[in-house]
Design a protein around this ligand. Structure first.
Ligand code: KIV
Length: 264
């Protein structure tokens, strides 16, 4: 089956039709998102919190990310798939290339995503030179949560604003085909979008970017631990599931299930 988008098609969406991206961690939901015509599916290391119940993304290993990426690739045959490189998997260019190549050889992911700005530019360049398509990720970087002491919006002062613009330019020069921009003031996100010729895909970065990405369990109302301001809940998933399971429990108790239709 032909992929809906390619790297060059994604680049052409700059200042054009907005890009829609959603995370997925398993085959079942990946298939549903794929059939909904989503442009890009990100196998984000956010799965460590949402799917595995850990407090942050840092303990997601390459094994875990490969396992989930395989599952997503089995479910989504049309959407462009990006696999997140987990914490510690890009500490130098040789290690980063070995790990990125695992995504290519052990799964059918179309690209990888790397958190980091100027400090990761050399690594991104090396991967791109070796045939790996790389999406950058700057702004609020969840893999820095312990060093930063929490999740904080970026671009609030001139130093932070300038750093973000320089990060975006460095990643573009290194050969990334797109940038995920997380947790940044809308005015600064707009400047970043205008500073580079590759698409900037925002999450908590306001309206003036080339596309949006949301974590599936946030936007469908399944993740209940906390709800960031930038999330829009398109479904009250947890409530719907709880109500259905309660109904099932009642029907098992009162003998309504299984009904005549459900027996051999
Ligand atoms: O891991 C993830 O889901 C991400 C998104 C928040 C962009 O990186």
């Amino acid at each position: 089956m032909k992929k809906k988008l390619t790297v060059s098609a994604i680049k052409k969406r700059k200042n054009n039709k907005k890009i829609s991206m959603i995370t997925a961690y398993d085959s079942l939901f990946a298939k549903i998102f794929d059939e909904s015509d989503i442009d890009i599916i990100l196998v984000g290391d956010s799965l460590n919190m949402s799917f595995r119940g850990e407090i942050d993304t840092l303990s997601a290993s390459m094994e875990v990310m490969i396992y989930h990426t395989k599952a997503v690739c089995n479910g989504a045959k049309n959407s462009f798939i990006i696999a997140d490189m987990p914490f510690g998997s890009t500490i130098n260019k040789e290690i980063a290339l070995t790990n990125a190549m695992r995504f290519y050889s052990e799964t059918s992911a179309d690209s990888v995503k790397i958190e980091g700005g100027i400090e990761r530019a050399e690594i991104i360049k090396y991967l791109v030179e070796n045939g790996i398509a790389v999406c950058g990720h700057i702004g609020l970087m969840p893999q820095n949560v312990r060093g930063d002491g929490g999740y904080f919006v970026k671009g609030r002062d001139d130093i932070s604003r300038e750093k973000l613009i320089n990060d975006a330019k460095a990643i573009e020069q290194a050969g990334a085909f797109a940038i995920v921009l997380e947790g940044v003031l809308e005015t600064v996100a707009r400047e970043i979008r205008d500073s580079v010729a590759i698409p900037v895909i925002g999450i908590g970065a306001g309206r003036d970017v080339d596309g949006q990405v949301l974590v599936w369990s946030d936007m469908l109302g399944f993740f209940q631990a906390f709800k960031p301001k930038f999330v829009k809940e398109y479904l009250n998933g947890a409530e719907l599931v709880k109500n259905s399971v309660k109904k099932y429990i009642d029907e098992v108790a009162n003998g309504e299930f299984p009904a005549r239709d459900n027996i051999y």
